[in-house]
Ligand binder design. Structure first.
Ligand SMILES: Cc1cc2nc3c(=O)[nH]c(=O)nc-3n(C[C@H](O)[C@H](O)[C@H](O)COP(=O)(O)O)c2cc1C
Length: 147
Protein backbone atom coordinates (compact mmCIF):
# COMPACT_ATOMS: atom_id res chain seq x y z
CA UNK A 1 0.00 0.00 0.00
CA UNK A 2 1.22 3.52 -0.81
CA UNK A 3 1.70 5.15 2.61
CA UNK A 4 1.85 8.72 1.28
CA UNK A 5 -1.45 8.28 -0.55
CA UNK A 6 -3.05 6.64 2.52
CA UNK A 7 -1.86 9.54 4.70
CA UNK A 8 -3.41 12.00 2.19
CA UNK A 9 -6.69 10.04 2.19
CA UNK A 10 -6.83 9.97 6.02
CA UNK A 11 -6.12 13.73 6.16
CA UNK A 12 -9.47 14.32 4.43
CA UNK A 13 -11.26 13.32 7.63
CA UNK A 14 -11.67 16.71 9.40
CA UNK A 15 -10.98 16.72 13.14
CA UNK A 16 -10.70 19.04 16.10
CA UNK A 17 -7.34 19.56 17.77
CA UNK A 18 -6.49 18.74 21.40
CA UNK A 19 -3.59 19.49 23.70
CA UNK A 20 -2.95 16.43 25.82
CA UNK A 21 -1.04 17.33 28.97
CA UNK A 22 0.47 15.06 31.62
CA UNK A 23 1.91 16.50 34.79
CA UNK A 24 4.15 15.28 37.56
CA UNK A 25 4.82 17.69 40.43
CA UNK A 26 5.73 20.99 38.74
CA UNK A 27 6.55 19.63 35.26
CA UNK A 28 3.86 19.70 32.57
CA UNK A 29 4.40 17.92 29.21
CA UNK A 30 2.09 18.60 26.26
CA UNK A 31 1.46 17.08 22.85
CA UNK A 32 -0.81 18.18 20.01
CA UNK A 33 -3.20 15.41 19.03
CA UNK A 34 -6.03 15.00 16.52
CA UNK A 35 -6.56 11.24 17.02
CA UNK A 36 -8.79 11.96 20.03
CA UNK A 37 -12.20 10.28 20.13
CA UNK A 38 -14.95 9.70 22.65
CA UNK A 39 -15.46 5.99 23.44
CA UNK A 40 -18.03 5.36 26.19
CA UNK A 41 -20.38 7.29 28.48
CA UNK A 42 -20.81 4.50 31.03
CA UNK A 43 -18.10 4.32 32.21
CA UNK A 44 -16.85 7.66 30.80
CA UNK A 45 -13.98 6.75 28.45
CA UNK A 46 -12.08 8.59 25.73
CA UNK A 47 -9.04 7.62 23.63
CA UNK A 48 -6.18 8.93 21.54
CA UNK A 49 -3.11 7.48 19.83
CA UNK A 50 0.55 8.23 20.41
CA UNK A 51 3.42 7.48 18.03
CA UNK A 52 5.78 4.92 19.59
CA UNK A 53 8.66 7.15 18.40
CA UNK A 54 7.36 10.26 20.23
CA UNK A 55 10.01 11.80 22.49
CA UNK A 56 7.20 12.40 25.02
CA UNK A 57 6.10 8.73 25.12
CA UNK A 58 7.38 8.15 28.67
CA UNK A 59 5.52 11.17 30.06
CA UNK A 60 2.24 9.82 28.67
CA UNK A 61 2.63 6.16 29.65
CA UNK A 62 4.37 6.25 33.02
CA UNK A 63 1.68 8.07 35.03
CA UNK A 64 -1.61 6.63 36.25
CA UNK A 65 -3.34 9.94 36.91
CA UNK A 66 -2.72 13.61 36.13
CA UNK A 67 -3.83 13.93 32.52
CA UNK A 68 -5.67 16.89 31.01
CA UNK A 69 -7.21 16.76 27.52
CA UNK A 70 -7.85 20.30 26.32
CA UNK A 71 -10.08 21.05 23.30
CA UNK A 72 -8.42 23.91 21.42
CA UNK A 73 -10.30 26.96 20.14
CA UNK A 74 -9.57 28.50 16.73
CA UNK A 75 -7.55 31.26 18.44
CA UNK A 76 -5.03 28.64 19.69
CA UNK A 77 -3.12 27.74 16.51
CA UNK A 78 0.15 28.91 18.11
CA UNK A 79 -0.39 26.57 21.10
CA UNK A 80 -1.08 23.69 18.72
CA UNK A 81 2.17 24.40 16.84
CA UNK A 82 4.18 24.80 20.06
CA UNK A 83 3.02 21.47 21.51
CA UNK A 84 3.66 19.74 18.18
CA UNK A 85 7.33 20.74 18.53
CA UNK A 86 10.14 20.22 21.02
CA UNK A 87 9.25 23.28 23.18
CA UNK A 88 6.55 21.26 24.94
CA UNK A 89 7.53 21.35 28.64
CA UNK A 90 5.92 24.07 30.76
CA UNK A 91 4.47 24.94 34.17
CA UNK A 92 1.00 25.10 35.72
CA UNK A 93 0.63 28.82 34.97
CA UNK A 94 1.10 28.16 31.23
CA UNK A 95 -1.27 25.15 31.36
CA UNK A 96 -3.92 27.33 33.02
CA UNK A 97 -3.50 29.85 30.15
CA UNK A 98 -4.15 27.12 27.56
CA UNK A 99 -7.25 26.00 29.46
CA UNK A 100 -8.59 29.55 29.81
CA UNK A 101 -8.68 30.13 26.03
CA UNK A 102 -9.95 26.62 25.17
CA UNK A 103 -13.41 25.17 24.54
CA UNK A 104 -13.14 22.91 27.58
CA UNK A 105 -11.11 20.14 29.13
CA UNK A 106 -11.24 16.67 30.65
CA UNK A 107 -9.28 15.56 33.73
CA UNK A 108 -8.37 11.92 33.19
CA UNK A 109 -6.64 8.81 34.50
CA UNK A 110 -5.23 5.94 32.43
CA UNK A 111 -7.80 3.17 31.87
CA UNK A 112 -5.99 0.90 29.40
CA UNK A 113 -3.22 0.94 26.80
CA UNK A 114 -3.26 -1.09 23.58
CA UNK A 115 -0.46 -1.89 21.18
CA UNK A 116 -1.49 -0.84 17.65
CA UNK A 117 1.17 -0.93 14.93
CA UNK A 118 3.47 2.09 15.15
CA UNK A 119 1.20 3.73 17.78
CA UNK A 120 -0.23 2.94 21.21
CA UNK A 121 -3.93 3.53 21.78
CA UNK A 122 -4.39 5.17 25.19
CA UNK A 123 -7.85 4.89 26.74
CA UNK A 124 -8.58 7.29 29.60
CA UNK A 125 -11.29 7.35 32.22
CA UNK A 126 -12.74 10.87 32.57
CA UNK A 127 -12.71 12.02 36.21
CA UNK A 128 -13.88 15.62 35.80
CA UNK A 129 -14.68 18.03 32.96
CA UNK A 130 -15.47 21.67 32.28
CA UNK A 131 -16.77 23.45 29.19
CA UNK A 132 -16.46 27.05 28.05
CA UNK A 133 -19.10 27.84 25.46
CA UNK A 134 -19.37 30.40 22.65
CA UNK A 135 -15.96 29.72 21.09
CA UNK A 136 -15.16 28.17 17.71
CA UNK A 137 -13.03 25.00 17.47
CA UNK A 138 -9.61 24.70 15.88
CA UNK A 139 -10.18 22.38 12.90
CA UNK A 140 -7.53 20.30 11.11
CA UNK A 141 -8.24 19.18 7.54
CA UNK A 142 -6.01 18.11 4.64
CA UNK A 143 -2.93 18.55 6.91
CA UNK A 144 -3.79 22.22 7.45
CA UNK A 145 -5.70 24.30 9.98
CA UNK A 146 -9.01 25.43 8.56
CA UNK A 147 -10.21 29.00 9.16
C1 LIG B 1 -2.74 18.79 14.18
C2 LIG B 1 -1.76 17.76 14.69
C3 LIG B 1 -2.23 16.54 15.16
C4 LIG B 1 -1.37 15.56 15.66
N1 LIG B 1 -1.88 14.40 16.14
C5 LIG B 1 -1.05 13.47 16.68
C6 LIG B 1 -1.57 12.27 17.26
O1 LIG B 1 -2.77 12.03 17.27
N2 LIG B 1 -0.68 11.40 17.82
C7 LIG B 1 0.67 11.63 17.83
O2 LIG B 1 1.44 10.80 18.35
N3 LIG B 1 1.19 12.76 17.28
C8 LIG B 1 0.36 13.69 16.74
N4 LIG B 1 0.88 14.84 16.22
C9 LIG B 1 2.33 15.04 16.28
C10 LIG B 1 2.75 15.52 17.69
O3 LIG B 1 2.02 16.66 18.08
C11 LIG B 1 4.22 15.92 17.71
O4 LIG B 1 4.52 16.76 16.64
C12 LIG B 1 5.15 14.77 17.62
O5 LIG B 1 4.85 13.84 18.66
C13 LIG B 1 6.57 15.29 17.84
O6 LIG B 1 7.35 14.20 18.12
P1 LIG B 1 8.74 14.39 18.89
O7 LIG B 1 8.39 14.96 20.26
O8 LIG B 1 9.26 13.02 18.97
O9 LIG B 1 9.55 15.31 18.05
C14 LIG B 1 0.01 15.81 15.69
C15 LIG B 1 0.50 17.04 15.21
C16 LIG B 1 -0.37 18.02 14.72
C17 LIG B 1 0.17 19.33 14.23
Amino acid sequence: MNKQKLRKCLSLFATGVTSIVSFKKLTYTGITVNSFSSVSLNPPLVMWCIDKKSSSLKSFLSLKNNYKIIFLANSQKAISNKLAGSDNIFDKVFCDKIVKKSLGYLDCAIFKKYDAGDHYIIVHRVLKFKTFTKKKPLVFFDSKYKN
